[in-house]
Ligand binder design. Structure first.
Ligand code: HEC
Length: 112
């Protein structure tokens, strides 16, 4: 019986340690920046619009160490992207110079 309790505690602690750093993102701030920057015109949390859903993006980057820097680059440099309808355009650049706010938005997307 004692062993089971100890095992339970160990598992709980391990889960707490493994919770990603994104756990403390400010969701309200992230959404409001995304809204201000028209991101929701092409992205929704869980359905494909002109661009992939944020959940799909989060899955694609799950466990990738460079996820944050790749996504920050995507939304600050405006690379060419292919829309769902097959046309191409430069990706939208985020409407903010605030690195903290940009990282918070990326963290929110990755946390979905
Ligand atoms: C005109 C439509 C459009 C707008 C507006 C737009 N996006 Fe995108 N976005 C796309 C498309 C299309 C892709 C897919 C690119 C690809 O897979 O090649 C994409 C990809 C992404 C990706 C993932 C890139 C990857 O490597 O998988 C992120 C993150 C992203 N967008 C965030 C944003 C944010 C944040 C905003 C607001 C600043 C935004 N997008 C505005 C169309 C748009």
């Amino acid at each position: 019986m004692k062993k089971q309790i100890i095992a339970g505690i160990v598992i709980t602690l391990a889960a707490a340690v493994m919770t990603p750093a994104y756990a403390d993102v400010d969701e309200v701030a992230a959404k409001s920046l995304a809204k201000k920057s028209d991101c929701f015109k092409c992205h929704a949390v869980d359905k494909t619009k002109k661009g992939p859903s944020y959940k799909k993006i989060a899955i694609k980057y799950k466990g990738k160490a460079d996820a944050e820097s790749v996504l920050v680059k995507q939304i600050t440099t405006g690379p060419k992207v292919k829309l769902e309808d097959g046309s191409e355009e430069s990706h939208k650049i985020i409407d903010s110079q605030d690195q903290g706010a940009i990282k918070n938005l990326v963290g929110w997307i990755l946390s979905l």
